[in-house]
Design a protein around this ligand. Sequence first.
Ligand SMILES: [Zn+2]
Length: 134
Amino acid sequence: MRNFFSRFFQGRYGSYGTDKLTRFLLILAVVNLIVSICTPFGFLYYIAVALLAYSCYRLLSHNISARYRENERFERVLKKITGLFKRTGSDFLMRSKYHIYTCPNCSQKIRIPRGKGQIIIRCPKCLTEFKKKS
Ligand SMILES: [Zn+2]
């Protein structure tokens, strides 16, 4: 039986194990399946089946380089999305602690800690002073 499987997967993309895209598709399929059962969104069942079919197609595909490129593309997009979330997350954290002011003279951005009341800010670039509430 084991022999059969190894022979069956020989030369197919699935013989290299599942990649990130396949795992993502399978998880998405399961989530869609569960949601389609628990909610009135029955059409998600078809999406789940389509996702499963696509995962199987990828695992059984002989065109390994094409599947590999697909996965690479997916990982690039994933990285971009997670990077975006990380950036906005740290940005949000920073903005909760600091005010960002722009110098009225040279438009240099200046980070000022919050909660210090009315303060005079000196631009580190052009030394212009201006009053702001922090
Ligand atoms: Zn300035």
